[in-house]
Ligand binder design. Structure first.
Ligand code: 5AD
Ligand code: SF4
Length: 451
């Protein structure tokens, strides 16, 4: 390892909450004098921020660790692994056993110790295990080095109380905790001052923001009357400089009327709602512990369509949950047909150690899971094409994100409904919301023209 290089390389797996944690890790490393590099071989620290929601993340991590072993041997590179996967005892044990060269294991509740942990390795050459098994602790005032200049994620709550039977998150992120309203509002005001235009509010269950605190009478500082998700949305909508507000992920069971009217009333809230379905079968939803039926989900969608002009939806769907019959799967297809989602994140059910669904005996054979996945994919892609056609000839408000990676003249942005729009533009357009006429559709993006 060369002296004075002080570069780090970071690999982030998983959801936007993890991306946001990685930005905090980046902030900590920047404060320590480290620079980010995208050349792994030049780094003196390699950080993995892991996810454990599905099995493929595990395979990816273990494969990568095999690769970095050589860098460790040749350069003495510090290897640190953090994130959700490290909250799982069997994964901690696996790393210790198979990859003893790893220097730091840290969890989701100990980001604030990272600087200390790295110093311990540097100064004392110790191996560090810094993992706490606690609830969704909120750590304020961590430094942050954001990846984007105009769009920012803001975590508003941590942890999950729902225990969907397939999901590992409640075990690795602990129980729900909400951030104090004032801390959130101050952060967003500060972001607006720095030129950020789009805010995505994050949480495993964003629309139950402050619910546990209200129900259990846990004291929190009341700020400007904010005591619910709906009121938080309304307040953020007033912040000058912010032009778009998104949030992920809400739970259908917590989608109260006050949230629906807040979405309707607040002009900055994007009228695309991510509403995780998981399955369209009432029987499967019950075993999943989702606490709604097929009909209740469809009614909720109808209610929102009636109350919020031009609202559209995106969703998450799991295919091949234990016991899923052909009929159950067809219920899922039926909901997809009825709702006409703009975007569907499709997942093949993945067994997670310690969850109730992993202990169920009627697991679905891989072959059937894959066949169903492909059938769903076909339907979704046909619908996306159909939806895209409706954009042609319309004028859309497009938030310009930057240059295309492949063509210098082509710029790229997103509609309020999260569709990628490519167009010919100039550098001064970046960071602005511009009106564009949509000329054509190309499955994963639309072509537009500034008007
Ligand atoms: N298998 C497959 N998909 C899962 N998800 C959560 N747990 C699992 C699992 N065990 C999906 C859900 C969730 C999204 C973030 O990941 O659809 O909404
Ligand atoms: Fe997992 Fe369900 Fe909580 Fe989402 S709501 S994090 S799927 S347990």
């Amino acid at each position: 390892m060369q002296e004075n290089t002080k570069q780090y390389y970071i690999i982030t797996m998983g959801c936007q909450l993890n991306e946001n944690d990685s930005e905090k890790i980046q902030g900590i490393l920047k404060n320590m004098g480290y620079e980010k590099t995208d050349k792994i071989e030049d780094s003196s620290i390699i950080i993995f921020n892991t996810c454990c929601v599905r099995e493929n993340a595990e395979e990816r991590l273990l494969g990568k660790l095999g690769e970095v072993k050589k860098l460790k041997e040749e350069n003495g590179t510090i290897i640190a692994i953090g994130g959700c996967m490290m909250q799982e005892k069997h994964m901690q044990d696996k790393i210790k056993q198979s990859f003893p060269f790893v220097d730091i294991l840290f969890g989701t509740h100990t980001l604030n110790n990272l600087e200390k942990d790295i110093k311990k390795v540097l100064e004392k050459k110790e191996k560090v295990r810094d993992i706490l098994d606690i609830d969704g602790e909120i750590i304020e005032n961590l430094p942050i080095d954001r990846n984007d200049k105009y769009r920012a994620s803001v975590t508003i709550m941590n942890g999950c109380n729902n225990f969907c039977s397939y999901c590992i998150v409640p075990y690795v992120r602990g129980r729900e905790r909400s951030r104090e309203p004032k801390n959130i509002i101050d952060e967003i005001i500060d972001l607006a001052k720095k030129g950020y235009k789009e805010i995505t509010l994050l949480g495993q269950n964003v629309n139950s923001y402050l619910r546990v605190e209200r129900e259990k009478n846990i004291q929190f500082e009341k700020y400007e009357g904010i005591d619910s998700f709906a009121k938080l949305l309304r307040k953020i909508n007033e912040i000058e400089g912010i032009e778009r507000i998104r949030f992920i992920s809400p739970h259908p069971k917590d989608f109260t009327d006050d949230v629906i009217t807040a979405i309707r009333d607040c002009d900055k809230i994007c009228k695309i709602i991510h509403l995780p379905l998981q399955s369209g079968s009432t029987d499967i939803l019950k075993i999943m512990n989702r606490k709604y039926t097929k009909e209740q989900y469809l009614n909720l969608v109808e209610k929102m369509k009636k109350n919020i002009p031009n609202v559209v939806f995106s969703t998450d769907i799991i295919v091949g949950f234990p016991g899923e019959t052909e009929e159950d799967f067809e219920d899922t297809l039926d909901v997809v047909k009825k709702v006409h989602f703009e975007q569907v994140f499709m997942f093949i059910y993945s067994r997670r150690k310690g969850t109730p669904a992993d202990r169920m005996e009627n697991q679905i054979p891989e072959e059937i899971k894959h066949k169903r996945f492909n059938r769903l994919k076909e339907l979704v892609e046909a619908q996306i094409e159909d939806n895209n056609k409706k954009y042609i000839g319309t004028i859309q408000k497009v938030f310009v994100e930057g240059k295309s990676k492949t063509n210098d003249k082509v710029f790229t942005g997103r509609t309020e409904t999260n569709k990628v729009v490519n167009f010919e533009g100039t550098n001064d357009m970046v960071g602005k919301v511009l009106n564009m006429k949509i000329l054509s559709e190309h499955m994963w993006y639309l072509k537009g023209k500034v008007v």
